[in-house]
Design a binder for this molecule. Structure first.
Ligand SMILES: Cc1cc2nc3c(=O)[nH]c(=O)nc-3n(C[C@H](O)[C@H](O)[C@H](O)COP(=O)(O)OP(=O)(O)OC[C@H]3O[C@@H](n4cnc5c(N)ncnc54)[C@H](O)[C@@H]3O)c2cc1C
Length: 403
């Protein structure tokens, strides 16, 4: 007789797990509270679904996970982005690697990914029950009793893939798991500062941002928005320091280097330019890789007349210009969500999970995967990759069981 598996949560982790389970051994039911499954996959990557990232070395890959980096290493040794690509391509979903190494379906539509997962699960004759809100999980002898808003189910195994909603965290906490308090990750910084005022859309190829209080810095592209600063450099630092920044209630000072080079190097570039262009006005001088509007803003902040001849810039004025460009201190007074692409740090404590197979160390025959765990990554397809890898590991573990 087949053993019964209940998967709680019809998202990326739940469906990928089901899609890899052996239908000859298991009777599987996915319980999903919404009327549609895979809703987050649908809206992911701006509707294109950034499935994974072209980073095929597990040791390199874990560096994109502020939480979970240690634990995921062994998981990625078993199933990594190359395996994700093979899995989808074997099911006739061609994928493409974009210039920044993000991987998308060639169709540019998340629906392709949804159709593949739904079809795979349906071909195995597994049941998907939507509008089924799991309210309680109990035990009857060796089995689990799962109560939803409308039905009750007995299960030999539970796979818990509910994402990070507070209710589902409470449910697993009631079963004995410790929850690390959820905080936002991947957010942009709200800053009111004369340097940025009325310049939304201005971008910097390789800026550097540091938070002196936390002794941390990041570099990469950066963007001025209506509310402050955004772009990969900001998102990275927000993810790596998500917990500490929440503790600071998102009130802290940043040191911004718009050029991403030190003051000495910037001074050298300035002086070289001045030597070659002694007659130019400072305002019309294109010295650094920044827009003219931003350059004029820096000159205005430094109280330097745009018409002033570059040869007449004093050492004091140059110092002020370079300080505003490379060591600009700003006050952050809050956070904003990045393109609705919020990710939650926090969730089930990783110490209570066995990363050989994603089983709970507390509950027998109980597996946990996906965003419900205290694992999260920067943007780029890494969050889904964690789901695919963890879910695959669970399916392998169950498929190999002697029944
Ligand atoms: C706008 C947006 C865009 C994103 N884009 C990307 C991207 O391009 N690439 C990437 O890697 N990551 C992306 N992410 C992150 C990614 O979507 C998540 O990491 C991923 O969906 C987590 O999958 P999951 O299966 O763990 O949880 P979810 O996808 O949240 O699925 C959990 C499911 O469980 C259900 N559920 C919860 N509680 C219960 C209950 N009690 N009973 C029954 N059902 C329940 C929920 O309704 C949900 O359907 C994006 C996130 C957002 C918000």
């Amino acid at each position: 007789m087949k053993e019964k598996i209940i998967i709680i949560g019809g998202g990326a982790a739940g469906f990928f797990c089901a899609a890899n389970l052996d239908e000859s051994k298991f009777e599987v039911t996915i319980l999903e509270q919404n009327s549609d499954v895979l809703q987050k996959v649908k809206i992911s990557g701006g509707g294109r679904c950034n499935v994974t990232h072209a980073c095929f070395d597990p040791r390199e890959l874990v560096n994109f996970y502020p939480r979970g980096n240690k634990e995921l290493l062994s998981v990625f040794h078993k199933f990594q982005p190359g395996d994700t690509m093979d899995w989808f391509e074997q099911r006739n979903v061609p994928l493409k690697i974009e210039n920044d190494n993000r991987i998308f379906p060639e169709s540019n539509s998340s629906q392709t990914i949804i159709n593949t997962l739904v079809e795979e699960v349906s071909n195995k004759n597994f049941e998907v029950k939507t509008k089924s809100v799991v309210l309680e999980i109990g035990k009857i002898e060796n089995q689990y009793l799962v109560k939803t808003n409308s039905e009750e189910f007995l299960a030999d195994y539970i796979i818990y893939t509910t994402g990070s909603s507070p209710k589902s965290l409470k449910l697993i906490q009631n079963l004995g798991h410790k929850i690390i308090d959820p905080v936002s990750s991947l957010f942009t910084f709200n800053i009111k500062n004369e340097t940025l005022k009325d310049l939304p859309g201005t971008s910097f190829n390789n800026a550097e941002i540091s938070i002196p209080k936390l002794k941390t810095d990041e570099s990469g592209p950066m963007l001025i928005t209506h509310w402050g600063l955004s772009g990969p450099a900001i998102l990275k630092i927000s993810a790596w320091k998500a917990v500490e920044l929440a503790e600071l209630k998102y009130q802290f000072e940043v040191l911004v280097n718009f050029l991403g080079i030190n003051v000495e190097s910037a001074e050298e570039i300035f002086k070289k330019f001045r030597q070659g262009n002694p007659k130019k006005s400072i305002g019309s001088s294109k010295i650094f890789a920044i827009t003219s509007r931003f350059w004029h803003r820096i000159l205005w902040l430094s109280k330097v007349d745009l018409e002033k001849n570059i040869s007449n810039i004093s050492a004091k004025e140059l110092h002020k210009i370079l300080e505003n460009l490379c060591q600009n201190v700003m006050k952050v007074s809050g956070k904003s969500t990045y393109k609705d692409e919020f990710v939650t740090a926090g969730g089930v404590d990783l110490k209570e999970i066995n990363f050989k197979n994603m089983s709970s160390k507390i509950l027998e025959n109980f597996y946990v995967a996906g965003e419900v765990l205290n694992i999260d990554a920067v943007t780029g397809g890494f969050n889904f990759q964690a789901c695919w890898s963890e879910a695959w590991l669970i399916a392998q573990d169950l498929n190999l069981k002697e029944i």
